[in-house]
Design a protein. Structure first.
Lengths: 289, 393
C-alpha cells in the first residue's frame, strides 16, 4: 500500500496515459510480485475491455467492468503466460491439486482424470509456438471475468468433451451402421405427430424465457438430474423441480390454447395431447429399461 | 489412450442418457413422471429442432466460468442463457465444469451490477420471513420494556379520552385536565433529549485531540435533537457485515469515483440512540488505556459503554451527528456508522493521487454533510458529500 504514491505514477509518465484508477487496480492485483509492469497490466485491462465492450461504451461502464475482474487471478495467469517463475510457483501451489480434483470430478476415472489434467498442464505451459518461436500459454486467453479456478474447470470440461467427440467420429463403420439401423427402427415405430401439435408446441416454447427453455432442454434432451441443473444455475435442486413442474404445466395449457386457435376443438386438443402422452409412455418405459 | 478412456467412460454415460447417476435420474422420472409424460415427447422433439438452429458463436470458457459464478451483467447473462438454451455442447461444458465446482463461486464480490441476486430456495425464503417476524416481535418487546411504567399504563388505558366516549369520567374531566393529560402523553412519547451532565467527564485528552474533542464531540452529540426514529434492532443472526453497505447504499452515490467501504463490521447490539454522546476512553478507569476505544453514553455522560469498532485501530477521536457517527484513529483509519453505532464500515480517505496515512485526531461534522478531518501531520481532508469523495486541503 505504501507503493501507491510512487510506482504507478512514475510508470504512467513513461508510456501511455492510462486512467488513474488503473494504479489502484494494479495494486490490488499484486501484479508487481510477479514482475508484471504497470504498463503490461494496463495493456491487459485495455485488452479485456476491448474484448467485452463496444468501442463507444461509456467510461463508467468500462471502469465497472475492470472493477469486476478477478484481478489477482488475472495478474497471476498473465504472469505465468509471460514465464514468471514466481507466478508459476504460486500457480502450482494454489491450483495443482484443485486441477486434479476437478479432472477427477469430470472424468470419473482416475487415470483418465490424470491424463486430462496433465494434457491441460501442457497447454498451460505452452505447447504451440507463436511466429517468433515463443511458446504460447493457454493462460493468455484467461480474462479474469470468472475465477481462475472456474476457468480451469471449464477448459477441462471442454477438453474432455472435445476429446470424446473427436474419438466418437472414429467409431467403426459397423458400430455406426448398427446405431443408424436402431434409430431408423425407432423413427418407424413413432406415430407421426399432427402438424398442428408441432406448430402449437413450437409457439408455446417460444413464449418461454431462455432460462426456462434451457432448463427444459437440460432435463428432457440432455437428461440431466435436477441436482446437476441446479448446480449449473446455482440454485437448489428442489427449485429446479418446482420450476420444471410449473413450466410443463404452463406449456401444456399453452399448447392446448394454441391447438384451439389453430381450429381444433377443446376435446380434439386434449385427445391430441393424450395420444402424444400414450406414445411417450411407451417410449419412456423403453428408455428406462 | 486418453481418447479410448474418454470413449469408454462417456460412452457408458451416454447409454444412461449422459447421466453419471442413472438411478437417481430414474427416480426423478418416476416421481415427476405424470407431468413430464404429458408433454415430454412433443417438447423433446421441438426442443431438439430448436437445438439444431444453434448459433456458432459460443461463449468462451471465461464467460461460462463467470456465468457459473454469477458474475455477468444482465445483458451478458441473457445472451449466455439464450445460447445455452440452444446449444447442447455448451450445456455439457457448463454441467461438467459445475460438477467439479468447489466453493470458489462469488468468493470475491464484484460491483453490484456484475452480481445477480441469488434466487433463494423456499427453505431460505421461509427462514428469512420467520427471522424478520421475530425481529419485529423483538423490537416491539424491547420498546415496551424501555417505556416507563407510567407510559405503559397510559398506553394501555388511554389518558386522552375520546370526545365521543360519553363516559362519566370523560365528561367529568375539565378542559384544563384534558390538556394536561395530552401534554403528559406527548412528553412520554417523545424521545428525551440528552442533557449535559453536571458531572465533569473524566477523560485524559491527548494534546492533539483536546481542541477537536471540545469543539466537535460533545456539541455534535448533543445538538442533534433529531426527530429520526432509531432503527429497528436486528436479531443477532441477522446482523451482518453487509448491513452497513446496505444502509450506506440508501445515500445516493454521486457519479465519479465513489468512496470505498473497506469492510463492514459489527458493533454493539443495544438499540441506536440519536442523542448519545460519543468519545474516546471517556469511561472512568479507561483514560489511561494504551489503546483508544470508542465509547458512548446515553445518559448524558454519567456512564459510558465501549463500542467495538475495530481491534486493530487506536482510536483518537469520535464525532456524531444524530445517528451518523464517525470514529478515526491511527494509520488513517476512519469508520462510519449510519445507524448510531449498530454497524460500522471503514472508509478509505483518498483522492486520485494519494491516501490519508497519518493519525486522525479530529473529525468535524458541524457542517454536515461536509466532513472535515485533521491528522497529526497537520493534513486536512474534506468531504463535501458525507464521505463519498475526499480532497486534501
Amino acid at each position: 500500500m505504501s507503493m501507491i504514491n510512487s510506482r504507478p505514477v512514475a510508470t504512467r509518465t513513461q508510456a501511455q496515459e492510462w486512467p488513474l484508477y488503473f494504479a489502484d487496480l494494479y495494486d490490488k492485483s499484486k501484479a508487481q510480485e510477479f514482475g508484471l509492469s504497470f504498463d503490461d497490466f494496463a495493456a491487459i485491462l485495455e485488452q479485456v475491455s476491448r474484448a467485452y465492450l463496444a468501442p463507444d461504451t461509456s467510461q463508467a461502464e468500462v471502469r465497472e467492468l475492470h472493477a469486476s475482474l478477478r484481478l489477482e487471478d488475472l495478474a497471476l495467469a498473465r504472469a505465468c503466460a509471460q514465464g514468471s517463475e514466481a507466478a508459476w510457483d504460486r500457480f502450482l501451489n494454489r491450483y495443482r491439486q484443485k486441477l486434479y480434483d476437478a479432472a477427477a470430478a469430470i472424468a470419473k476415472e482416475e487415470s483418465t482424470a490424470r491424463e486430462l489434467a496433465d494434457s491441460l498442464y501442457a497447454e498451460l505451459f505452452g505447447t504451440r509456438q507463436a511466429e517468433d518461436g515463443q511458446r504460447v500459454s493457454k493462460l493468455i486467453s484467461y480474462t479474469g471475468r470468472g475465477s481462475l479456478e472456474g476457468w480451469l474447470r471449464t477448459v477441462l470440461a471442454q477438453n474432455y468433451v472435445n476429446e470424446y467427440r473427436r474419438q466418437r467420429r472414429l467409431v467403426s463403420f459397423e458400430e455406426q451402421t448398427q446405431t443408424e439401423e436402431q434409430s431408423r427402427k425407432k423413427v418407424d415405430t413413432e406415430v407421426p405427430a399432427d402438424s398442428r401439435l408441432e406448430q402449437a408446441t413450437d409457439a408455446a416454447l417460444l413464449e418461454l424465457s431462455a432460462e426456462e427453455r434451457m432448463i427444459l432442454a437440460s432435463y428432457y434432451l440432455d437428461e440431466r438430474t435436477l441436482a446437476a441443473i441446479g448446480r449449473m444455475l446455482g440454485v437448489h435442486e428442489s427449485t429446479i423441480s418446482r420450476r420444471i413442474g410449473k413450466i410443463t404445466a404452463r406449456l401444456r395449457k399453452r399448447i392446448i390454447r394454441g391447438l384451439r386457435q389453430l381450429g381444433m376443438s377443446a376435446r380434439a386438443a386434449e385427445e391430441a395431447m393424450e395420444n402424444d402422452v400414450r406414445d411417450l409412455a411407451v417410449d419412456l418405459r423403453g428408455r428406462l429399461v | 489412450m486418453l481418447q479410448d478412456r474418454c470413449k469408454k467412460t462417456t460412452g457408458e454415460r451416454s447409454m444412461k442418457g449422459q447421466n453419471p447417476d442413472g438411478s437417481r435420474r430414474a427416480g426423478e422420472l418416476a416421481i415427476n413422471g405424470r407431468l413430464m409424460a404429458k408433454i415430454s415427447k412433443i417438447v423433446r422433439s421441438s426442443l431438439a429442432r430448436g437445438t439444431l438452429e444453434k448459433s456458432a458463436d459460443h461463449p468462451d470458457a471465461n464467460l461460462l466460468a463467470a456465468f457459473a459464478e454469477d458474475r455477468l451483467v444482465n445483458r451478458e447473462r441473457a445472451a449466455v442463457v439464450n445460447h445455452l438454451a440452444q446449444c447442447t455442447n455448451c450445456r455439457e461444458y457448463l454441467a461438467l465444469a459445475s460438477s467439479g465446482a468447489g466453493t470458489e463461486s462469488s468468493a470475491v464480490a464484484g460491483p453490484a451490477t456484475y452480481q445477480r441476486v441469488r434466487r433463494f430456495s423456499p427453505v431460505w425464503r421461509w427462514a428469512s420471513g420467520t427471522a424478520v417476524a421475530l425481529c419485529v416481535l423483538a423490537v416491539v418487546w424491547q420498546v415496551r420494556v424501555q417505556l416507563p411504567p407510567a407510559a405503559q399504563s397510559q398506553k394501555s388505558s388511554p389518558v386522552v379520552p375520546s370526545a365521543k366516549s360519553g363516559s362519566p369520567a370523560a365528561s367529568a374531566m375539565s378542559k384544563n385536565e384534558l390538556e394536561t393529560a395530552k401534554d403528559q402523553a406527548l412528553s412520554v412519547a417523545k424521545p428525551k433529549p440528552a442533557k449535559p451532565s453536571s458531572k465533569p467527564i473524566k477523560k485524559e485528552l491527548r494534546p492533539a485531540e483536546e481542541q477537536a474533542s471540545s469543539q466537535v464531540n460533545l456539541p455534535m452529540a448533543m445538538k442533534s435533537e433529531s426527530s429520526r426514529v432509531a432503527p429497528a434492532v436486528p436479531s443477532p443472526d441477522l446482523q451482518s457485515a453487509q448491513a452497513f453497505s446496505a444502509e450506506r447504499s440508501r445515500v445516493p452515490m454521486p457519479a465519479n469515483q465513489p468512496f470505498r467501504v473497506l469492510r463492514g463490521q459489527l458493533a454493539l447490539r443495544s438499540p441506536a440512540e440519536p442523542n448519545a454522546l460519543w468519545s474516546i476512553n471517556a469511561a472512568p478507569g479507561t483514560a489511561s488505556n494504551t489503546r483508544g476505544m470508542v465509547q458512548r453514553s446515553t445518559d448524558g455522560g454519567q456512564t459510558w459503554e465501549t463500542v467495538h469498532v475495530s481491534d486493530n485501530v487506536d482510536f483518537r477521536t469520535a464525532a456524531a451527528d444524530g445517528l451518523d457517527v464517525w470514529a478515526g484513529g491511527t494509520d488513517g483509519a476512519l469508520f462510519h456508522s449510519l445507524d448510531g453505532g449498530l454497524h460500522w464500515g471503514q472508509i478509505e480517505v483518498a483522492d486520485a493521487n494519494t491516501q490519508l496515512r497519518g493519525t486522525i485526531v479530529s473529525i468535524d461534522t458541524r457542517k454536515s454533510p461536509q466532513i472535515a478531518i485533521t491528522t497529526n501531520l497537520g493534513e486536512t481532508w474534506i468531504s463535501m458529500d458525507g464521505g463519498w469523495h475526499w480532497r486534501r486541503e
